[in-house]
Design a protein around this ligand. Structure first.
Ligand SMILES: Nc1nc2c(ncn2[C@@H]2O[C@H](COP(=O)(O)OP(=O)(O)O)[C@@H](O)[C@H]2O)c(=O)[nH]1
Ligand SMILES: [Mg+2]
Length: 257
């Protein structure tokens, strides 16, 4: 079952030997041991978003189709419901549709937005976006970026620059630097996460499409190796389909289906 959930052979045998040493006698004891061992191998960092900054700044990045724009929209909606005033910054300036899609989500979420023009330097758009949020007295900046592959050196460098420019606009920003991973892709996300983690300091992961993936188990070796926690879980295509991530409940769900 661990292999089927895309935990990978190395992690599966680590978990199995951890379970064996706790010598469970019943199925329930075995499940408890499994959850304890597997969750114990995951990141110990806080799974709460750090939104302490004024404004706080959340940067989202990852490959095409991972769910960055959707996650930005859902997060804006959720924060607004919690009484915050987010500004969504559409910095996917490579495609006109990328900007339009982000603006549409912002409107759906009922939050303000700021967008660059098509072809604009995404780092400048993020810089200006942060300034706009400061000027308007908004409390969170959520920046959406264009999709990029972990093999595209120039685009990874561009991402690093976006992060540095955000820091220039606002000390300590981005407070949350989140790699968005498509939960359907399973273990191939490990390769992606390794490379993105070299390009930009990463504070967490947003794991999407958990409603339609049986391969979410891959997050165990990813967290274990990189020590970055999943902070947001995408569980559908609607605006409210976003949840905090509970490692123990997640591992248990793999086995209780
Ligand atoms: N089922 C499901 N679909 C999702 C989820 N998050 C995003 N999607 C879908 O994935 C596709 C790509 O999403 P998008 O946000 O445009 O990806 P981006 O290229 O990373 O910005 C869209 O069809 C979304 O509806 C999720 O949590 N569950
Ligand atoms: Mg997008």
């Amino acid at each position: 079952m661990l292999i089927a959930a895309d935990v990978g052979p190395a992690m599966a045998s680590r978990i199995a030997s951890g379970m064996r040493s706790s010598a469970p006698r019943t199925k329930d004891e075995a499940l408890d041991a499994l959850v304890r061992v597997a969750a114990g191998l995951m990141s110990k960092q806080s799974r709460e978003l750090n939104l302490a900054g004024k404004p706080a700044c959340v940067l989202l990045y990852g490959v095409n189709g991972a769910g960055k724009t959707t996650t930005a929209g859902k997060l804006a909606h959720r924060l607004r419901e919690q009484g915050r005033n987010p500004l969504v910054v559409a910095a996917d300036t490579y495609r006109a549709a990328g900007i339009e899609q982000m603006v549409m989500w912002a409107e759906r979420a009922g939050v303000q937005h700021f967008e660059g023009t098509r072809g604009a330097d995404p780092a400048s758009v993020v810089f200006e976006g942060i300034q706009v949020a400061v000027k308007r007295g908004l409390d969170v900046v959520i920046a959406d970026t264009a999709g990029r592959l972990q093999t595209q050196r120039n685009l990874l460098e561009e991402l690093g620059k976006i992060g540095r420019v955000a820091t220039k606009a606002l000390e300590g920003a981005p407070y949350e630097s989140l790699l968005v991973l498509d939960g359907v892709l399973g273990l191939s996300n490990l390769v992606q996460a390794r490379e993105f983690n070299k390009a930009i300091p990463m504070t967490g992961l947003a794991l999407t499409k958990l409603d339609s993936s049986a391969k979410g188990g891959a997050v165990i070796p990813i967290e274990s190796e990189l020590n970055v926690p999943v902070k947001l879980a995408g569980v559908g295509e609607d605006i409210a389909d976003i949840e905090p991530f509970d490692a123990a409940a997640f591992v248990r769900a793999i086995f209780e289906g």
